[in-house]
Design a protein around this ligand. Structure first.
Ligand SMILES: [Zn+2]
Length: 420
C-alpha cells in the first residue's frame, strides 16, 4: 500500500458517497444502519495500521450484533476504511451498544459508529466525546485549538500503536495455540498424542505459547521504531527462550517460533507504520541478524544445514517466509482448512527437524505422503493423516519446522489478508 495524503475535497466527496450508500441500504432493508468509520486526525486517513485496527474492531462489532446483522457492506477509500451494517434492532438500542463499543477501549475513541434511523436521521450520543490529548470535552479543546494538530496526531498514533502491539501479540500467541491443538498432525504433539516427542505434551505447548506474549509485544514495538534495532530483537529472543525454558522445565518447545514469529512481527509493525512489504521487511531483518550472529554456536538446524544444504528456518526467513505464505494462501483458498494448509506446507518444506532425526529418507517420506494425501478426496485426508502420524511415531520423526510455518501462516491470514 502506498500511504498518501487526503485532500479536503476527497473527504467532502466521500461524505456524500457514504450518505448515498446509507440511504440505499435503508431503502432496501427498511432497518437502521450502523455506519462505521475511523476518526483519524490529520491528512493521512488510511495506512495498513489503520486498516488493521478497523478490521479488528469490525470483528468486535460482528460479535456484538451477531445474528441481528441482516446485511453488511464494506469499502476502502483513500479517506479511510468504512463498513455499514444493517441491523435488526431498535435505533436506540443500537446506539447504546455502539457507544459501549466506542467507550470500552482507548482505541474505540478513534472509531465512529454512527446510527442512522430509517428516516435518514443520525442518532447522536448523549455524552460528548473526550479530547485525545487531555481527556476533556473535545468540542471545547477543538474550538479553542488547545493542543495543535501535531499533538493530536501523535496522541492518535500512540493509541493505534499501543492497540496493535497488544493485539498482534495476542494473535501470535493464538496462532501458536491453534497450531498446537490442530489434530491429527503427523509426528507432532496434538490433541490425540505427543507424536514422536517424549518430553512435551499439549498442555506444555499451550503454556509455553502464553509465556511468549510479552516478547511478541516487544518485537512489534521494535518494528514501530524509525530505524528498528535488530540487536534488541536478538537479545529479547534469547530472554524469551530463557522464559520459555523455565516455564517448560527445560524443554525446547517454541525455539523456532521465537525466531520466525519474532522477525515477522517486527516486519509487520514496520509495514503498518511505513507501508512497503512485511515479508521483505522481515527478510531484511533476518539478513541483518544472520550477519550479526555469524559466529554463534551451532544449533541443530545449522549442523543439518551444513550436512544436507537444506534451507532451515533461517533461509525461510531470509527469503521472506515463502512456505508460510504458501500455507496462508492454502488457508484462504480452502476457507480456513488448517489440515489442508499443513499438507501444503509439508509437501515442499526442507524441514531441518526431520533431517536431523531421520535424514533425507525422513524428509522424502513426509513430502511424498503429503503429496499423496493432498491428491485424495478431502474427506479421506483425516484418516490418512492418522495413519501417517502412527508411522512418524514409529520412525521417531517430527516436522517441527513445518509446525512453525503453519503457526506463521495462521498469523498471516489474520493480520495481513490483503497481501495473501
Ligand atoms: Zn484537550
Amino acid at each position: 500500500m502506498i500511504i498518501q495524503k487526503t485532500t479536503l475535497e476527497e473527504v467532502l466527496r466521500n461524505r456524500e458517497k457514504r450518505m448515498h450508500a446509507q440511504q440505499d441500504l435503508i431503502q432496501r432493508y427498511q432497518r437502521p444502519i450502523l455506519s462505521c468509520t475511523m476518526n483519524i486526525p490529520g491528512d493521512v486517513k488510511r495506512t495498513p495500521l489503520i486498516d488493521f485496527v478497523f478490521r479488528q474492531k469490525m470483528g468486535e462489532v460482528r460479535c456484538e450484533f451477531g445474528g441481528e446483522i441482516i446485511a453488511e457492506k464494506r469499502q476502502c477509500e483513500v479517506t479511510g476504511p468504512e463498513a455499514f451494517f444493517v441491523v435488526d434492532a431498535s435505533p436506540t438500542d443500537l446506539k447504546e451498544r455502539a457507544v459501549t463499543i466506542e467507550s470500552q477501549s482507548r482505541v474505540g475513541r478513534l472509531l465512529d459508529l454512527d446510527v442512522i434511523d430509517t428516516d435518514g436521521t443520525k442518532r447522536s450520543r448523549m455524552q460528548p466525546r473526550s479530547c485525545l490529548v487531555c481527556g476533556g470535552p473535545v468540542t471545547i479543546c477543538s474550538r479553542s485549538r488547545a493542543h495543535g494538530l501535531a499533538a493530536v496526531k501523535s496522541a492518535a498514533w500512540d493509541i493505534l500503536t499501543a492497540y496493535a502491539e497488544a493485539q498482534l501479540a495476542d494473535l501470535a500467541v493464538d496462532a501458536l495455540k491453534r497450531e498446537a491443538v490442530l489434530t491429527p498432525k503427523p509426528g507432532l504433539v496434538d490433541g490425540n498424542n505427543n507424536g514422536a516427542h517424549r518430553d512435551m505434551d499439549l498442555g506444555l505447548l499451550l503454556s509455553s505459547a502464553d509465556s511468549l506474549r510479552l516478547y511478541f509485544q516487544f518485537c512489534v514495538d521494535v518494528g514501530f521504531r524509525e530505524a528498528p534495532d535488530i540487536s534488541k530483537l536478538v537479545n529479547a529472543g534469547l530472554e524469551a527462550e530463557k522464559t520459555m525454558l523455565s516455564r517448560t522445565g527445560g524443554v525446547n518447545t517454541h525455539k523456532g517460533a521465537v525466531y520466525a514469529m519474532g522477525l515477522f512481527l517486527c516486519g509487520v509493525a514496520k509495514y503498518f507504520k511505513q507501508g512497503g512489504d512485511p515479508f521483505a521487511h522481515s527478510a531484511f531483518f533476518a539478513a541483518v541478524q544472520a550477519e550479526a550472529s555469524a559466529g554463534e554456536r551451532s544449533s541443530h538446524g545449522r549442523i543439518v544445514q551444513a550436512k544436507y544444504l537444506a534451507g532451515g528456518a533461517r533461509e525461510e526467513a531470509m527469503n521472506g517466509f515463502p512456505t508460510a505464505r504458501k500455507g496462508a494462501a492454502a488457508l484462504t483458498e480452502s476457507q480456513g482448512d488448517e489440515l489442508y494448509a499443513l499438507l501444503k506446507i509439508l509437501e515442499g518444506i526442507r524441514d531441518t527437524n526431520l533431517l536431523y532425526r531421520g535424514g533425507m529418507d525422513a524428509l522424502d517420506y513426509v513430502q511424498a505422503q503429503a503429496r499423496r494425501i493432498l491428491a485424495m478426496d478431502p474427506e479421506r485426508r483425516k484418516d490418512a493423516l492418522l495413519e501417517m502420524d502412527q508411522e512418524c511415531i514409529r520412525l521417531n520423526i517430527s516436522p517441527g519446522g513445518a509446525a512453525d510455518m503453519l503457526a506463521l501462516a495462521l498469523f498471516i491470514e489474520r493480520t495481513v489478508p490483503e497481501l495473501i
